[in-house]
Design a protein around this ligand. Structure first.
Ligand SMILES: *Cc1c(COP(=O)(O)O)cnc(C)c1O
Length: 214
């Protein structure tokens, strides 16, 4: 995989204009991100704070670039996340939301927030249970530095995603008006087309863009 090939791959994605393609650059070198940026992408997703910070700093002058945190956020990393990211997609508790909000207050910064939903109800997985979602959304909407934008999910990886995407679409419709939500982040390399059919406004694509990760 080289820069030129990444450019071709970016052009080969057919995604409706209202859907944001988030290039998941975790464990990929900075040249890959530069190539994707040159090909027109502006939104990048990273999972590990320590890996992401040097990349974000190196690309600070890149106009319009937006960094999405899509990994599991430990609360002791919320300061770094608040400092360096534009969007945190994986908020899954009121406690974590408060921590991020406190860091953003110190930084005099507002940050976009998505709430991660444990749509497959998997005990080992992060994310809010569907039954807790309303109360967490209500909590977040009261925090002044957090701009609540929407929901994200990672469906179980051994199953066909459609049924989970459909459920997410229903849940999103339930809370969309009440909390003025605009973003539904779901779909990865293998299932983003289905996700778009079920209303995804953000798809998170790693492998299909940058090749397999070691
Ligand atoms: C790694 C990752 C992706 C991208 O997965 P691919 O299958 O490589 O496209 C998307 N979302 C999250 C949360 C991830 O961790």
């Amino acid at each position: 995989m080289d820069a030129k090939e990444i450019g071709c791959r970016v052009e080969s994605f057919h995604i409706p204009p209202q859907v944001t393609l988030i290039a998941v650059s975790k464990r990929k070198p900075i040249e890959f991100i530069r190539a994707a940026y040159t090909a027109g992408l502006r939104d990048f997703g990273e999972n590990y704070i320590q890996d992401a910070v040097p990349k974000i700093q190196a690309l600070q002058g890149y106009e319009g670039i937006r960094w999405h945190f899509i990994g599991h956020l430990q609360s002791n990393k919320s300061k770094l996340a608040a400092q360096h990211f534009d969007v945190i997609q994986t908020v899954d508790s009121g406690k974590l939301a408060k921590k991020i909000n406190a860091e953003c207050q110190k930084l005099k910064k507002k940050i976009d927030i998505l709430v991660e939903v444990n749509i497959g109800n998997e005990p080992q997985k992060a994310g809010v249970q569907v039954g807790e979602l309303d109360s967490i959304l209500a909590q977040i909407s009261r925090l002044d530095c957090l701009q609540l934008k929407g929901l994200m999910c990672i469906p179980p990886n051994d199953a066909v995603s459609d049924v989970y995407f459909k459920h997410m679409q229903e849940i999103f419709a339930l809370y969309q008006k009440k909390y003025a939500l605009t973003e539904l982040s779901m779909g990865m390399s293998s299932d983003f087309q289905a996700a778009i059919e079920y209303g995804a406004t953000m798809v998170r694509i790693g492998t299909a863009l940058f090749g397999p990760r070691e």
